[in-house]
Write a protein that binds this ligand. Sequence first.
Ligand SMILES: C[S@@+](CC[C@H](N)C(=O)[O-])C[C@H]1O[C@@H](n2cnc3c(N)ncnc32)[C@H](O)[C@@H]1O
Length: 258
Amino acid sequence: MMYTTSTVNPFYAARTQRLVQAPQGQPYKPVYAKLPQAPINASPVPHLTSLYHNARAGEYGDRSYPGNCGGNLIKDLLLYFRPSGLVFDPMSGSGTCRDVCDELGIPSMSWDIHDGFDACDPEVFSARETFDFIWAHPAYWRQKLYADDARDLSRAPTLEDFLRRYGRFIRNCARALKPEGKLVILMGDYSDRKEGFVPLTWHTKRLAFESGLTQHCTDIIRFSHGASSSRKVYRSSFIPGLHDTCMVFDKPADWRLS
Ligand SMILES: C[S@@+](CC[C@H](N)C(=O)[O-])C[C@H]1O[C@@H](n2cnc3c(N)ncnc32)[C@H](O)[C@@H]1O
């Protein structure tokens, strides 16, 4: 598979303008925080709580792929929800979800715009009610640029255009889920040079609710261990975002697209 990404993203926030590399010889010192105690309950995955902090990515997908996410969160979600049928990853990148499914012996399908599959196009998305579980890790608009293809969400020229296509994508997922199936989206907020702070997690919920989905459980705040931005030094002042948000949506048994 050919991965084409732009080395310089002109839209990434202004804070990158005066960026210098971290001085050599200053190793990262981990900071330890005491997490609240989780209540004991019947969960098959007790360490899966609203704060997800596994520093190990696991041997899934390709860590060098831009935007790669570790596989352990996907694994824990699959062990928790135990989908009885097919899992789908419609924006699969380096195939992290597929690798996790293979390890767990769960049947899965994975596609990406790099394969020519446009997940925003209702004509090519799967027929109705096919999947038990959809894992989606979309582009955070143009924070990272992926394929050299105008249909790539990261190439949407305006925020309005991105949100229109992202909304179509979520509707496609809602249609393709079996009743009571789960759509799990990992998304992060993004600071754009032109638009400023873009609350993509809020938009995700808004678009999911407009698609007739409901939220199943707490947001899962995934600590972003290993993000490339964390190794850089910026002269400007800002509050660093060190997480992205995993949201679990249900397709109600009586789902109807409003
Ligand atoms: C954040 S990355 C996913 C990375 C993946 N989770 C991994 O661990 O490697 C987002 C992916 O969405 C893909 N993508 C963007 N627009 C798309 C579209 N319209 N249809 C399908 N895939 C798309 C990009 O090519 C990219 O691989």
